[in-house]
Design a protein around this ligand. Structure first.
Ligand code: GDP
Ligand code: MG
Length: 438
């Protein structure tokens, strides 16, 4: 798990007094931390170098704003540099005569077919008459996948398995045109790596059909290779935009900044899940925060909403508000966290402060969560509601029942009391925030 840049910088700067300007040696110390954070987020090392230059320049000339400490000051600068590098969102170009062709390209498994369906759904919601074309004669199952997705979202799909990719595209476009479609999305065939066959095929389609958009679909988990992939596609085709998929996973989004910095091609959408609606318009600020490990509160909020039973949640908020928080609530919280997603992932979306500055090992955290669950489940309902009655013999029973130790039970009770205190201290403001989330 990543330590947030904020925390790193805070400790770098802990000993420094506030001054009007950052000293060069302070800036250099900060740059070292920023470099690590960016590399951990899988930003390409050459891009990291360029970014650091920009940050350095800005940091040395910046006045330290009165409201910020030096660490915060540097973070603001890094954030601004990243946002600038990521570029502003550029809308899908749908200006030409209808039907306009949007061509999706990318390596196998990058998410083209899934994205084709998501994009179709999004455009359909926006009032377009969308048509999908499967352009993959090599993997019938992949094309069938598009047909099924099309049925789900009620968008027609052309799939003529016996044709060449070019003929598939042309014929699909003809059908779409005849049916009065306003947007035609071509789901092209990928390969496992950038290769000439694929590029030749894609070029022939581009030359014949002149798509208004050629979008490179890229897997956010790709890491350092992302740059070569983006370059390869850009050199062969005139890519007009990037869609970064699988940003719901552990990817920190470094691929995005690498691709953007090296190719200059705008990022247009972000794929955040396998569901049909898991496509978001690219938001540079949010992504920059994520790359820096500064937490993604809005992402968390959305996740929380998706993973939660609203009735249960609001009941819990009421209880929390009234200062009541039992081990049963604790158990429900755990279940909820597990529904939302891997524990580490959820925690990583919280800003540094909320994770208490500790480094979190995802696997260990998940395991711990399950042990905690087992312990609470080994208690009677009365014990869960009145943990103070857990004496030595009850604790022994709970430990035995859950395959844990009395020490662990004690630790759980300590955590519980801590959380209870935290909730009390969090007071009205935080609870209001919580109820907004829920
Ligand atoms: P293609 O070979 O490029 O057409 O890739 P697919 O669309 O078949 O996707 C490959 C795999 O990635 C499938 O299992 C998809 O469900 C999954 N996938 C695609 N986009 C996303 C995303 O944004 N998030 C997640 N978690 N999975 C995705
Ligand atoms: Mg596919």
């Amino acid at each position: 798990m990543f330590e947030s840049l904020t925390q790193r910088l805070q400790s770098t700067f802990r000993l420094l007094a506030k001054r009007g300007r950052l000293r060069p040696e302070d800036v250099d110390a900060a740059l070292k931390e920023i470099r690590l954070a960016l590399l951990e987020a899988d930003v390409h090392y050459k891009v990291v170098k360029e970014l650091l230059e920009l940050v350095r320049e800005r940091a040395l000339s910046a006045e330290v704003a009165r409201a910020l400490n030096p660490a915060q000051q540097v973070i603001v600068i890094v954030q601004e540099v990243l946002v600038k590098t990521l570029g502003q969102p550029v809308a899908l170009n749908l200006t030409r005569d209808k039907p306009r062709i949007v061509m999706l390209v990318g390596l196998q498994g990058s998410g083209k077919t899934t994205t084709a369906a998501k994009l179709a759904r999004l455009l359909k919601t926006g009032g377009e008459r969308v048509w999908l074309v499967a352009v993959d004669p090599y993997r019938p199952a992949a094309a069938e996948q598009l047909v099924i997705l099309g049925e789900e979202i009620k968008v027609p799909v052309s799939y003529e398995p016996d044709l060449s990719p070019l003929a598939m595209s042309e014929s699909g476009f003809q059908s779409a045109s005849n049916a009065g479609a306003s947007v035609v999305i071509l789901d092209t065939a990928g390969r496992s790596q950038v290769d000439e066959d694929m590029m030749g095929e894609l070029k022939s389609i581009r030359d014949r059909l002149a798509p208004v958009e050629i979008l490179l679909v890229a897997d956010a988990m790709t890491g350092q290779e992302a740059v070569d992939i983006a370059r390869g596609f850009r050199e062969a085709l005139d890519i007009t935009g990037i869609i970064l998929t699988k940003m719901d996973g552990d990817a920190r989004g470094g691929a995005a900044i690498s691709m953007r910095a090296v190719t200059g091609i705008p990022i247009k959408f972000i794929g955040v899940g396998e569901a049909r609606d898991a496509l978001e318009i690219f938001d540079p600020e949010r992504l920059a925060s994520r790359i820096l490990g500064m937490g993604d509160i809005s992402g968390l909020v959305e996740k929380a909403q998706a993973g939660m039973d609203p009735q249960l949640a609001s009941k819990q908020v009421d209880r929390l508000r009234s200062g009541e928080f039992t081990l049963e609530d604790f158990l429900e919280q755990i279940a909820m966290i597990q529904r939302i997603g891997p524990f580490g992932k959820v925690l990583s979306m919280l800003p540094g402060g909320l994770t208490g500055g500790a480094q979190i090992d995802q696997v260990a955290a998940e395991k711990q969560l399950n042990r905690t669950k087992a312990m609470i489940q080994s208690m009677t309902v009365y014990e869960r509601q009145h943990p103070q009655i857990l004496n030595a013999s009850r604790k022994r029973r709970v430990a035995a029942g859950s395959g844990t130790t009395v020490q662990e039970v004690n630790q759980l009770l300590r955590q519980y009391r801590q959380m209870q205190r935290l909730l009390k201290r969090a007071g009205r403001g935080a609870l209001k925030g919580l109820s907004n989330i829920m």
